[in-house]
Write a protein that binds this ligand. Structure first.
Ligand SMILES: Nc1ncnc2c1ncn2[C@@H]1O[C@H](COP(=O)(O)OP(=O)(O)OP(=O)(O)O)[C@@H](O)[C@H]1O
Ligand SMILES: [Mg+2]
Length: 368
């Protein structure tokens, strides 16, 4: 190993330990990109991460200023040379990107680049994204390639650790709920039940009709309390399952609402990332109202539901091409009022775009 390389490796190892110690994925990615640039002396560096459904979920870069990034618009979609990194998992190193057979041109406003070094970011066989650099004076060397491949391996480890951590957090939540549900069921309900029986026995023996009536009333109230506890337990369990697979939960909910009406629904749920259980519950209730309104009032046979994350919000849209209505003058039931109330309680918003004959679009935004 040349002395210069060993120095650079030492810097890499030091930096890597800083990266691996962090659980904040975004910070890790930013750190990795800066490191890649500094270790190689390239002008541009970027790292893209693809989500579980194949679309880009994170993109960090250095070398392109904010104005220009805004002008370019959407981050790279993974065509051309970048696609090669992701799809085939191969490193690409060229002195002039234009000469690469897969080069597919730049989007508008994208800076011209010449030398290019790109490596897939992966953990095991799983490719999470790509790390790429451009414009190093004199072109990229073998050493650069080794360093950047090492850095990409570290970033891959960090992405998979962060995802695992997220899954574990979710599981912990689910287990908590399961435990609470079980405790409620095994301890609290049985106790209430026993007290109820005792009161009932007592009410048969007392002579004062006033006391007997009070006891009977108490028994009835206990029965009600047990009933609502049972349904609370049921909700806890359902929510626990729901958190494990939010997309499935939303699809099932919509299907259950539209099928009895003989309607069809197209439901698209993107990767929602981390959503708190109570927030997810709010979201589900709000989607339920919007969908059931479309089923009951729109007079159509098809609806569309889309749910996705937009920055720090979850956005759900429920769209029908049915009869539409005028939100300003319609006779309101409880549903729409509840929707608005719930949204404002949690700092979200609901927008209704509808007019007679034009169909209805309900857009729900909740902080997530
Ligand atoms: N997708 C839709 N298409 C056509 N009309 C709608 C749609 N959504 C709501 N409306 C109209 O808006 C009215 C108010 O809706 P809202 O949800 O507040 O009450 P509701 O559905 O009638 O009753 P509730 O929700 O209390 O059971 C509905 O009665 C209906 O006339
Ligand atoms: Mg309603």
């Amino acid at each position: 190993m040349s002395p210069i390389l060993s120095e650079r490796v030492a810097a890499l190892v030091k930096a890597a330990s800083a990266v691996v110690g962090r659980l904040d994925l975004r910070a890790v990615l930013e750190h990795t990109v800066l490191l890649a640039r500094d270790l190689t002396g390239a002008h541009y560096a970027a790292l893209g991460v693809i989500g579980e459904h194949g679309s880009l979920v994170d993109f960090v870069y250095v070398g392109v200023d904010d104005d220009r990034a805004r002008a370019i618009g959407t981050p790279p979609t993974g065509k051309g040379v970048l696609g090669l990194l992701m799809n085939r998992g191969e490193t690409v190193r060229v002195d002039d990107i234009h000469t690469h057979p897969e080069f597919a041109g730049y989007p508008r406003h994208h800076p011209e680049m010449s030398s290019f070094l790109g490596v897939p970011v992966r953990a095991g066989d799983h490719i999470f994204g790509n790390l790429y650099l451009a414009d190093k004076p004199g072109g990229f060397t073998d050493e650069d390639q080794i360093l950047v491949e090492a850095l990409a391996a570290i970033a891959g480890g960090a992405v998979s650790t962060a995802r695992l951590h997220r899954q574990l957090t979710r599981l912990a939540l689910v287990e908590d709920r399961e435990r609470i549900a079980r405790d409620l069921h095994d301890a609290v309900i049985q106790d209430l039940f026993a007290v109820g029986l005792e009161l009932q026995g007592l009410s048969l023996t007392v002579e004062d009709p006033n006391v007997a009536a009070k006891l009977a009333d108490a028994v009835e109230r206990l029965d009600e309390a047990i009933g609502s506890l049972r349904s609370f337990i049921f909700d806890l369990r359902t929510l626990a399952n729901a958190l494990l697979d939010p997309a499935r939960t939303i699809k099932d909910l919509v299907d259950r609402l539209v099928q009895p009406a003989g309607m069809t629904a197209e439901v698209a749920v993107a990767d929602l990332g981390e959503v708190s259980p109570s927030r997810f519950d709010d979201l589900v209730q709000m989607i339920r109202e919007a969908v059931s309104n479309a089923v009951r009032h729109a007079d159509t046979d098809r609806i569309e539901v889309g749910v996705r994350r937009v920055d720090d919000h979850i956005v759900a849209e429920v769209v029908d091409q049915g009869r539409g209505f005028d939100p300003a003058t319609v006779e309101r039931g409880m549903g729409l009022d509840n929707l608005w109330a719930r949204a404002s309680e949690i700092g979200g918003e609901v927008r209704i775009d509808s007019s007679p004959g034009e169909g209805t679009r309900v857009t729900i935004r909740v902080p997530g």
